[in-house]
Design a protein around this ligand. Structure first.
Ligand SMILES: *Cc1c(COP(=O)(O)O)cnc(C)c1O
Length: 403
């Protein structure tokens, strides 16, 4: 007789989770609207007429958010990184050459993925935190021939916006070089026009700008990118993340793998709320909310890590003096104010997110106050009231949604 191992101790989830929700104001995941949370609690058959209708709507709304007319839009069961991996492994293979515009951890992830499948990888990087110019990209392209160039619209790890994105991708289109753009922390928050800007592959996750749950992502391919994939001579090394196989579910109502049903329903609701708000108003809301927080932080006497000209609006990096322990600061905010912000990957910063439902007045007021109070608790001289006044004054002149 085999002996079964004893079951582990029973610990209910309620013993692990905080007894009151904590406001997620970091670099993602972000708070989700009620309609999204409710949809996430529903399971239906992943094949059948109801799901077919949902999938059709998700694709249609995703096209609006990406601003593309391309047919080749797919959902992915997986994090945004799975979308990045689908992009890289479908248009690169041994012998193909890619240029990576590296601004930090996330834009460099493309390089790790491309190296792993044996593509030739060149990385363009700076010693300072700033975006690439078209001139720098042109220079790199004049020195070597590339099949693909990758970049992130917003580099979440340090808070840089690639303000020359449009110029760069338009140029790449003219040169017939494929562009892959990570719009994970920016889509639906900052202007993004896939077709007009000539972007070949665009990727986003659920848990950032879209204000949906983590685990279901979106990807869109241009005709040029799709032709490249259909005509490649070698097999795509992926099975789950193979875009041609994924069309079975996303375009032909057939089985590929069991679709993440609740996540797709949640994404449907998140996208629907964006279509109601409209992209223009959503861009404005993000701009105003982020600007208000930035002004508030500066009025408190804090320094922002990235110059205003190319400061990412969706993830704001705040410089911390060496004497301040970022972990303690964030823990104090959680314990005293139930507000959670992000640390950093080895940089002397903390980061406040401004994506989706993070950009509501109530959340901005609470977060800025919590941040000021934590700084003060740790001995940093900050002018909390001045900061709050600056934030409120800006919000007053440019109303954004309160709830
Ligand atoms: C969060 C993020 C990613 C990774 O998303 P995951 O869902 O964690 O895989 C990639 N790129 C950017 C710009 C991000 O902000």
């Amino acid at each position: 007789m085999s002996q079964t191992l004893p079951p582990p101790e029973n610990i209910p989830l309620s013993d692990i989770l905080p007894d009151r929700p904590i406001l997620l104001m970091g670099a993602g995941p972000v708070p989700i609207p009620h309609a999204v949370a409710q949809a996430n609690g529903v399971v239906i058959n992943h094949l059948g007429s109801a799901m077919d209708a949902v999938v059709a709507r998700v694709k249609e709304m995703a096209r609006y958010v990406f601003q593309t007319k391309s047919e080749h839009v797919l959902g992915i069961s997986g994090p945004a990184s799975a979308g990045m991996e689908m992009a890289i492994t479908s248009v690169l293979w041994p012998g193909r050459k890619v240029l990576i515009l590296k601004n930090g951890t996330f834009s460099n992830r493309f390089a790790e993925m491309a190296e792993a499948i044996g593509a030739e990888v060149d990385i363009l990087e700076h010693d300072q935190h700033r975006p690439f110019t078209l001139e720098e990209v042109k220079q790199a392209l004049s020195e070597n021939a590339y099949d693909v160039v990758t970049m992130a619209q917003g580099e979440t790890s340090c808070g840089i916006e690639n303000i020359h994105l449009e110029e760069i991708t338009k140029y790449l289109k003219k040169e017939n070089i494929l562009s892959i753009v990570d719009a994970v922390c920016t889509l639906s928050c900052l202007p993004f026009y896939m077709d007009e800007w000539g972007i070949d592959i665009a990727i986003t996750g659920g848990q950032k700008g879209l204000s949906s749950i983590p685990g279901v992502s979106l990807i869109a391919f241009s005709e040029h990118a799709w032709n490249t994939i259909e005509n490649r001579k070698t097999k795509i090394p992926q099975w789950v993340l193979n875009p041609l196989k994924a069309t079975r579910f996303w375009h032909h109502k057939e089985y590929h793998y069991t679709a993440p049903v609740p996540g797709i329903l949640a994404l449907h609701e998140a996208l629907r709320l964006i279509t109601i708000e409209t992209l223009e108003k959503r861009y404005q809301r993000h701009y105003k909310s982020s600007k208000a927080i930035q002004l508030g932080l500066e009025a408190m006497g804090l320094e922002l890590y990235i110059p205003e000209e190319y400061r990412l609006k969706t993830v704001i990096a705040i410089s911390l003096p060496e004497t301040i322990d970022s972990y303690k600061l964030r823990q104090y905010m959680i314990d005293q104010h139930r507000v959670d912000i992000s640390g950093a990957f080895g940089l002397p910063i903390v980061r406040i997110g401004q994506m989706g439902d993070q950009c509501l007045e109530v959340n901005s007021l609470r977060t800025l106050y919590a941040f000021g109070s934590a700084c003060s608790h740790l001995g940093l001289k900050v002018k909390i009231s001045e900061g709050m006044v600056a934030l409120e004054n800006y919000l007053k002149t440019s109303r954004i949604r309160r709830f």
